[in-house]
Design a binder for this molecule. Structure first.
Ligand code: CMX
Length: 136
């Protein structure tokens, strides 16, 4: 598998409106996009640092994975996402290595990325996303 860089770090928050103030006013970062990802039942806010982004995740539904995460563990780091060269072959490679994939096929994530999650039980407790920007 060809991991190119850390695409983003996903951080679960109760409110983007509240959390955004910390990232902007305290850390001096700029929120360049807010987008709802209906499929994942989240609203996202993005900040860029070099090649990597911080992705704030606010649940839009009490049954969403992020809502369940906050209920169990509180706000905090939710997942890490690696940009890969070819997501379809990366999924096949991971499956062949016995890794438990949440997504057997890529689906559409924020910013038009093709994404797939590895189950945290297969990645030492760290929910891991692989993603590909097909226009790169
Ligand atoms: N990081 C690490 N472990 C996590 C986790 C996370 N983010 N979320 C859940 N877990 C752990 C739980 O702590 C629990 O562990 P234990 O069994 O030891 O208690 C286990 O996974 C099962 O958790 P659960 O609360 O019962 O939740 P589910 O099994 O229903 O779902 C998961 C867990 C990871 C399969 C689900 O959250 C999922 O499909 N995630 C991928 C999609 C996603 O997170 N989307 C939001 C981001 C979207 C985006 O970035 O665009």
């Amino acid at each position: 598998m060809n991991i190119k860089y850390i695409e983003h770090i996903g951080i679960a928050v109760k409110s983007i409106e509240v959390a955004k103030k910390y990232y902007e006013d305290v850390l001096g970062l700029y929120c360049y996009a807010i987008e709802e990802v209906k499929d994942q039942k989240v609203k996202t806010a993005f900040f860029k640092i070099g090649d990597t982004k911080i992705e704030l995740l606010e649940p839009t539904d009490p049954e969403s994975p992020v809502a369940k995460f906050i209920e169990k563990r509180g706000e905090g780091i939710h997942h890490i996402a690696f940009a890969v060269k070819d997501i379809e072959s990366s999924i096949k490679e991971l499956q062949a290595k016995g890794v438990q994939m949440i997504d057997q096929n890529p689906r559409m994530g924020a910013e038009g990325l093709h994404i797939a999650f590895i189950h945290p039980k297969s990645s030492l407790g760290v929910l891991t996303e692989i993603c590909e920007n097909k226009s790169e």
